[in-house]
Design a protein around this ligand. Structure first.
Ligand code: G6P
Length: 603
């Protein structure tokens, strides 16, 4: 939700370590930010509303410090403002926080009765006071932070400075990510390693409820019993090029162009020779008679695709559920159900809570995640990693397609286990899986998606229609468009638009239609006629072998002819490109759309 970075060093280091670290973490939130830097003559605290570039404008880049903490925020408690921005300070304690303290209101009252005065609307300031209050009764900081862990309910990653240990940072986490880094002269902490990657790629994990002490460039880790423990460092798999734009104007465009390579890598991870490899690379699915796909946002859309494919190919009872709804729905789950959790970050609060609910009910869980060692990956019975690499653009593209890839392979495995996939079908799938990345690359270089954008950029709203899998893909296309271009758009099952929403169609209203299923082609074409009769501007994407010149549309893009399993991966790419072009023409903040954050660790 928010981004945290901090360092301690043997010699004073430039404030840029914090500023650059925050910039790398802006995908986690960017409505306000701040730093606390320990200088020779005291602690410098600076905060601004808005992005890190605002902080750069007020901070002298030549200043140095021996240690510091910094934060970029995605507001939960209290509006984005300087007063609510982190670091927060309460008497002898200065800290930054990612997460939510659920019992902050009751704690606040208790602390007010002890004389604490609060200035912000945040839960973080309350946590700061809790730690300060404990520091009046106890001296050992490790002990204080463990004790705070019993008082604070909710999720948190904290980086904390105490006035009486001015060159030291303490870190503690519960249900929120925090990673440590170590170089010859300095030690670091951050929400993810990209924040200090230009300084070091040597990282160390901090487990739940452990406390880290960073001092003079060293790191000590203490377990739940306050005992010092040894933790080995290892090399991060992230490289600097993963966190740079490599000549593209945005991370979104870079990441869309990485999709062919990501799809190839993801497929290769599970299948080197033939589909039979899935026997070894994926868990045994034979005992499951029901799949429930669960996720949020695009991950939920990937789950919808998995659900449709599983129904069709593996003939298994399945559903796709929004994690935030599922967890409160008192779901009926039998022992032969496998709940499949889809999440790029592996940290989304609702998805994690939904998984914990299933585990409490004794239901088997499988996580499809991108981030190694994330909470979902750790807690699931089975984990299948996508191979998307670091995704920086807040709007997901390559992580989504790699999720669809993994789910498609999972479905194929189940279909084979149930003897529902003939050898001939297996051969077709194998060939298509091998050529899919190349086909997508060719499609991207030879197709002009930009011409769709000119019909949409000035529209008030747009509609996406499709049937079956094309409906699930339309939902993702519509989400991409609205999140990066701020254009109101809705996706409808093509047959459903006429039940009310067609009232919004008038001359020039863009309707983006997708047709990839031969069985449903004529039905969707009829729906296209209905909106054309009311003046809609129809932008059609259709599988090339289903297209005939008699089909009328204002613009048409031909998609490669693939089986629906591969189509589900490939067909979203033009939607992603279209969202990029529309957002660019509308001058939007493409990589960091307003109000969003990449990883939503609150409910
Ligand atoms: C946020 C992101 C979306 C993402 C969703 C689920 O809303 O902006 O792009 O689809 O969270 O995230 P996850 O990490 O669980 O896939």
């Amino acid at each position: 939700m928010c981004g945290i970075v901090g360092f301690t060093a043997r010699q004073p280091m430039s404030v840029r370590v914090l500023i650059d670290g925050l910039k790398a973490l802006e995908y986690r939130g960017y409505d306000s930010c701040g730093i606390a830097l320990k200088q020779k003559d005291g602690l410098l605290v600076q905060k601004v509303k808005g992005k890190v570039s605002g902080l750069e404008e007020i901070i002298d880049p030549s200043i140095t410090g021996i240690c510091g903490i910094a934060h970029t925020r995605w507001a939960t408690h209290g509006e984005p403002s300087v007063i609510n921005a982190h670091p927060h300070q309460m008497e002898h304690v200065t800290l930054v926080h990612n997460g939510i303290i659920e019992n902050s209101e009751e704690l606040k009252q208790e602390l007010q009765s002890k004389g604490y005065v609060f200035h912000s609307q945040t839960d973080t300031e309350v946590a700061c006071a809790v730690i300060d209050d404990l520091s009046k009764a106890y001296t050992d900081k490790i002990d204080i932070l463990h004790k705070a862990g019993f008082i604070l309910k909710g999720s948190y990653a904290f980086a904390i400075m105490f006035d009486d240990e001015p060159n030291t940072i303490y870190a503690v986490r519960k249900d929120s990510p925090l990673i440590l880094g170590i170089s010859d002269n300095a030690s670091y902490l951050a929400s993810d390693a990209s924040a200090f990657l230009s300084e070091t790629s040597l990282i160390m994990d901090l487990e739940e409820n452990e406390v880290a002490r960073l001092y003079n460039g060293e790191i000590e880790i203490y377990d739940i019993n306050c005992a010092l423990i040894h933790r080995s460092a290892y090399k991060s798999t992230l490289s600097l090029s993963d966190i740079q734009k490599d000549g593209y104007d945005t991370f979104l465009l870079k990441e869309i162009h990485e999709e062919p390579a990501v799809i190839k890598k993801t497929i290769h991870h599970y299948l080197q020779q033939s589909l039979l490899d899935l026997e070894q690379t994926m868990p045994d699915l034979s005992s499951y008679n029901r799949f429930v796909f669960i996720g949020c946002g695009s991950a939920m859309h990937a789950g919808m695709i998995g659900c449709r494919l599983a129904g069709k190919y593996a003939r298994i009872l399945c559903s796709a559920e929004l994690a935030s709804e599922f967890r409160y729905s008192d779901p009926i789950l039998s022992a032969d159900t496998l709940c499949i959790f889809v999440s790029q970050s592996g940290e989304t609060a609702d998805t994690l809570a939904a998984m914990r609910l299933c585990k409490d009910k004794g239901i088997d869980t499988l996580a499809v995640v991108n981030v190694l060692g994330s909470s979902l990956a750790k807690e699931a019975k089975f984990t299948l990693y996508t191979q998307a690499g670091k995704e920086i653009s807040v709007a997901t593209t390559k992580a989504y397609t790699s999720q669809v890839c993994v789910l498609a392979l999972l479905v194929l495995k189940k279909a084979m286990q149930e003897n529902l996939l003939s050898i001939e079908q297996q051969n077709i799938m194998e060939n298509q899986l091998k050529t899919l990345p190349l086909l997508i690359r060719d499609f991207m270089s030879n197709t002009n998606v930009e011409r769709f954008a000119k019909h949409i950029e000035n529209a008030e709203h747009a509609f996406f229609i499709g049937r079956g899998l094309d409906y699930a893909l339309s939902l993702e296309g519509s989400l991409k468009l609205k999140e990066v271009s701020y254009l109101q758009s809705e996706a409808y099952a093509a047959g459903e638009l006429k039940h009310g929403t067609i009232a919004l169609i008038e001359k020039g209203t863009p309707v983006i239609a997708l047709i990839t299923d031969p069985m449903l082609k004529d039905k969707t074409l009829s729906n296209i006629k209905e909106v054309q009769a009311r003046g809609a501007c129809v932008l059609l994407m259709i599988r090339e072998d289903l297209y005939t010149p008699s089909i009328e549309a204002d613009e048409t893009i031909l998609l490669p002819a693939l089986s629906d399993i591969m189509q589900a991966v490939a067909s979203v790419v033009p939607y992603q490109l279209m969202a990029y072009y529309v957002a660019k023409k509308r001058g939007c903040s493409i990589d960091q759309p307003r109000n969003l954050a990449k990883s939503v660790t609150v409910e």
